[in-house]
Design a protein around this ligand. Structure first.
Ligand code: ADP
Ligand code: MG
Length: 697
């Protein structure tokens, strides 16, 4: 038939949902709320759970909590008056009794179900007043006593939205499945990776599992048919990132090379000797700079591993060739601090560094803009303010993002876009202290090259960490007193009590007041998000110079802050924070040569998860180990930052559940690139709506 030939020829998965019968503008709008636009979106909208309607149960077999079909006869009807009027219909089969309770019913209905009526009911079994019942089950009258069941497969239950019934889902899925079953859908996953299921097999299985399917496996999402879909989706994402990387390598970037004399001078005047890891990573970066194509490199280094030095060294290559560098950081505090650090590192090189943030006085801001525009500013350090339209560079050659997990890819691209096409694309160095487990990085940062600072500066001592309940507050205060008396400094961190920065600041103020009365002999400072930049900076300076003994702070100091003499940190409400954030915070201590300590205060009782998190922190200071644990505990959200939460939208894949699949993806991608490069574009198109180009654009 001509029509079916026509459907065979183009991919039914790409058809809009309005192609299906019954999908008008109203339903289409509702489906859009769930981000479902095409037949493939619909088919990848997998059931949330399944109900077994394939067999009929004897009442005696029922257990509360199960969903089941029974066939029974009406024995009695009773109207129960009381707070909530209900109709109780007593049903019986040969094995026992069950009550069907209806809260909504009409008189005709009562007449419709006289004693002796045979019913087939499906519903959730519960136990009430010492007997089995089903509340508002689905039911139908059985006209002939044929115990034959109609349903042959498990019944899927779909995640839904208001106004779409399960019946509608079933209807739509049936149409969509028919479309793919009637077409010759290509399979792009190599047979070795598909666990014996073609794409079409897998879809049919997930939407209509056979009667004997392993329900527990299915509902956990770990059935081979589901895993096969997850794997294909993972592969599609990975491949799209690799394509993006190939694409960026076709662009032109300035050739940057560091004047050896300048580099030598730089190394000689540093306050310390660079670690082998720092030197190695700098060589990796310098090698990229020579190629004339844009570098796009992720630098991972645990908190305190000395990433700032690597950033500084890279800047020298740009400066040597007359290009500007932009360094974007998440907080004003960090921008100012980096300004000071770099001025120190570059002290003998007379390099002009400017700092820009949005809360600067307008006049000062204008002056900074001007310096950036003329090229006088060789290094520009700033917050999000850097991506404002008013910021124009004379010749931007290098973009460095510090603490990248705090930024979206979009912001990075906006900054990158400030490099003029005429001189080529700016190189990009993306730094992160949130260690990303290796497999995760290889899968989801496949568009980036990758360097690791795997060595901490010498003489660091591990941070001893303990977890103590709030009730031990007095002991903790005593510990702080003893500690400060021995000439060391401490942080007292008040964590976010809810989403509001204002409330958190208020809590910090209260803690500050309290600590001042409890530790009157010491100088205590306070920083929180509500303070002006200069105020914050003045307090940070006072803390850094040793004038203040104790700094009460909110998590504004989470990233980057560097005060080596501070070696004790108290974190309140530690149970509320994620592992990566706690690790970051704790990384503010342990930066000097003295032994450091961290006290995680919590409110008892701890949930299982919170306890597991605190235990991991007590046991290790190694960010990569912590990351691996975190991945196991709760997936990858925090490591991928916005990359997972906002920018990667998965249809089937759930990283918490499916991260085990990542180990195979790189290899599969290689295989496909080698054997079937022609599959790659359609595979990506099948899973990703817009071609994701995280790196390029
Ligand atoms: P990161 O940004 O990776 O967390 P920083 O660049 O802030 O780390 O460096 C952390 C601390 O280590 C700083 O006090 C810095 O001066 C110091 N540091 C960096 N590199 C070295 C080194 N090679 N030897 C000794 N100290 C170093
Ligand atoms: Mg840093």
């Amino acid at each position: 038939m001509i029509t079916s030939m026509a459907t065979k020829n183009h991919d039914p998965l790409a058809l809009p949902l309005t192609h299906l019968k019954g999908v008008g503008t109203q339903l289409a709008a509702k489906l859009e709320r769930l981000s479902l636009y095409t037949v493939s979106d619909l088919l990848f909208h997998l059931p949330r759970c399944y109900q077994d309607r394939t067999r009929t149960y004897a009442i005696a077999e029922l257990v509360p909590g199960m969903f089941a079909t029974i066939e029974a006869e009406v024995v009695k009807q009773q109207l129960v008056l009381g707070k909530r009027r209900r109709l109780e219909i007593e049903l019986a089969d040969r094995s026992g009794y069950l009550y069907m309770s209806l809260f909504h019913f009409s008189t005709p209905l009562r007449q419709h179900l006289p004693t002796g009526t045979r019913l087939r009911c499906f519903g959730e079994v519960s136990f009430f007043a010492n007997r089995l019942q089903m509340v508002h089950p689905e039911y139908e009258k059985m006209t002939a006593p044929t115990p034959e069941t109609v349903v042959q497969t498990l019944t899927p239950v779909y995640p839904s939205t208001e106004g779409i019934s399960q019946k509608t889902w079933h209807n739509l899925m049936a149409q969509a499945l028919k479309l793919v079953n009637d077409s010759l859908l290509m399979d792009y996953l190599p047979a070795t990776a598909s666990s014996g299921y073609t794409l079409v097999d897998a879809l049919n299985y997930c939407h209509h599992p056979p009667q004997n399917a392993d329900l527990a496996l299915l509902e956990a999402g770990s059935h081979p048919a589901q895993q096969r879909l997850s794997l294909e989706e993972l592969l599609a994402h990975h491949l799209s990132l690799r394509l993006a990387k190939q694409q960026i390598k076709t662009l032109v970037a300035p050739v940057l090379q560091c004047d050896p004399a300048i580099l030598e001078k730089f190394y000689q005047h540093l306050p310390f000797t660079p670690t082998q890891a720092q030197l190695r990573v700098l060589q990796e970066i310098f090698a990229d700079f020579k190629l004339g194509i844009p570098m796009l490199r992720l630098l991972q280094g645990d908190v305190g591993s000395g990433k700032t030095l690597v950033a500084a060294g890279s800047m020298l290559a740009a400066i040597s060739q007359g290009y500007q560098t932009a360094l974007m950081v998440p907080t004003e505090l960090l921008a100012t601090q980096h300004g000071l650090t770099l001025a120190r590192y570059f002290s003998v090189l007379s390099i002009n560094i400017v700092v820009l943030h949005s809360r600067m006085p307008a006049k000062q801001k204008q002056a900074v803009y001007q310096q950036i525009k003329t090229g006088d500013a060789q290094v520009v350090i700033g917050t999000h303010a850097l991506i404002q339209e008013a910021v124009e560079f004379q010749q931007l050659g290098l973009v460095i993002i510090d603490e990248q997990h705090r930024f979206g890819v979009k912001q990075r691209l906006q900054l990158q876009a400030k490099s003029a096409q005429a001189v080529g694309y700016a190189h990009q160095l993306i730094m992160t202290a949130t260690p990303i487990p290796r497999t995760l990085a290889m899968t989801f940062y496949a568009d980036l090259d990758y360097s690791v600072l795997d060595e901490l500066p010498p003489h660091r001592k591990p941070i001893t960490t303990v977890a103590l309940a709030n009730s031990r507050r007095n002991d903790i205060i005593a510990k702080v007193r003893e500690f400060i008396a021995s000439k060391q400094q401490a942080y007292w961190i008040c964590t976010l009590i809810d989403e509001s920065e204002l409330l958190t600041s208020q809590a910090a103020i209260a803690t500050y007041d309290l600590l001042q009365t409890q530790l009157p002999e010491f100088k205590i400072g306070l920083v929180h998000g509500q303070l002006k930049t200069i105020e914050k900076q003045a307090i940070m300076d006072a803390f850094k110079s040793g004038e203040l003994h104790l700094l009460v702070a909110t998590t504004v100091i989470e990233v980057g802050v560097d005060v080596p003499n501070a070696s004790l940190m108290i974190i309140e409400n530690a149970e509320r924070l994620g592992l990566a954030q706690l690790h970051q915070l704790r990384g503010r201590v342990g930066r000097g040569t003295q032994a450091s300590h961290c006290i995680l205060m919590y409110r008892a009782p701890l949930s299982w998860h919170a306890k597991a998190r605190l235990d991991i922190l007590r046991k290790t200071c190694d960010g990569f180990k912590i990351a691996e644990h975190d991945l196991k505990l709760r997936g990858s959200g925090e490591f991928l930052g916005t990359r997972q939460s906002g920018e990667l939208n998965f249809k089937v894949l759930q990283l918490t559940r499916d991260h085990g699949l990542m180990a195979r993806v790189t290899e599969l991608a290689e295989q496909l690139l080698k054997d079937h490069p022609e599959f790659i574009a359609p595979l990506i198109a099948r899973w990703l709506k817009e071609k994701v180009q995280y790196s390029a654009v």
